[in-house]
Design a protein around this ligand. Structure first.
Ligand code: 6PG
Length: 249
């Protein structure tokens, strides 16, 4: 199957090396954004991979964190102090260490009884806090940090979900499925519009889904991370050796 890298692939030796490679590049994008536009915006994913990167990023004093709007890519339907909360992850590993002013921190309301209402509220916040480009389209984040699931999901856009194809809403409420709790998630139009998307992945289980993103043909329904093929900005994969797909050029 013909394939080409979607963006730039940074291969590191081990999962532990992802944090250094990712945090230095994310910090550079944030510093450049602040220099060019006076502010920056960052959206955080959850999962097991990004915590060391967020901790390393918090230590970057070259970033003026008072000028960085910190938002989230997705959130689980749990309270903000729950062990599975992406808000808790981001606060514990980045926000506290970087001393991001509270007025710059914009968590999703995963604990809302009305998740649809919470999604609409967050969309209004994204539109207010993160400016669109000159064409007036979706909000343009300077940095979006993503992971990729073993099943090919990204954000909380899961295989078979109709929200993978959502083009009007920026934030959606994703119903619970089996043991997976309900979620809030940014949608493809916002993710695609980011100036730089960083995808962090470690382990051999990621090689297959990453390869399905690279493949010339494939289905969004099967591999929602294929939305990255429509990214308007830069896509930077920072992956350990085990996660590099066999087809990677
Ligand atoms: C979440 C994440 C999700 C994550 C992937 C990869 O809330 O779970 O946003 O999209 O990025 O599941 O997770 P790992 O980093 O654990 O591989």
């Amino acid at each position: 199957m013909a394939s080409k890298t979607v963006g730039t692939l940074i291969r590191v030796d081990s999962p532990d090396a992802i944090a250094g490679a990712a945090s230095s590049r994310i910090a550079r994008v944030l510093v450049d954004a602040i220099r060019e536009r006076g502010h920056a915006s960052l959206a955080l994913s959850g999962g097991n991979t990004p915590a060391p990167t967020y901790r390393a990023l918090a230590a970057h004093r070259d970033v003026d964190w008072s000028k960085v709007e910190v938002l989230w890519v997705d959130e689980r339907a749990v309270p903000a102090d729950h062990a599975r909360s992406n808000t808790k992850l981001g606060r514990d590993t980045l926000v506290t260490g970087a001393r991001v002013p509270e007025e710059r921190v914009h968590p999703m309301d995963g604990a809302a009884a009305d998740l649809e209402g919470a999604a609409a509220d967050y969309e209004r916040k994204v539109r207010r806090v993160v400016p669109p480009d000159a064409s007036g389209g979706p909000s343009v984040f300077d940095v979006v940090v993503l992971g990729i699931g073993d099943d090919g999901h990204t954000a909380s856009l899961f295989p078979g979900s109709p929200w993978v194809h959502e083009r009007k809403k920026y934030v959606v409420a994703v119903p619970a499925e089996g043991a997976r709790e309900a979620r809030l998630s940014l949608t493809a139009p916002v993710i695609e519009s980011a100036r730089t998307v960083f995808v962090l992945a470690a382990g051999s289980a990621k090689a297959g889904p990453i390869g399905r993103v690279y493949a010339e043909t494939g289905s969004l329904d099967e591999t929602p991370a294929r939305i990255l093929r429509s990214a308007k900005g830069a896509v930077v994969w920072i992956v350990d050796a085990a996660a590099v797909p066999a087809a990677a050029p």
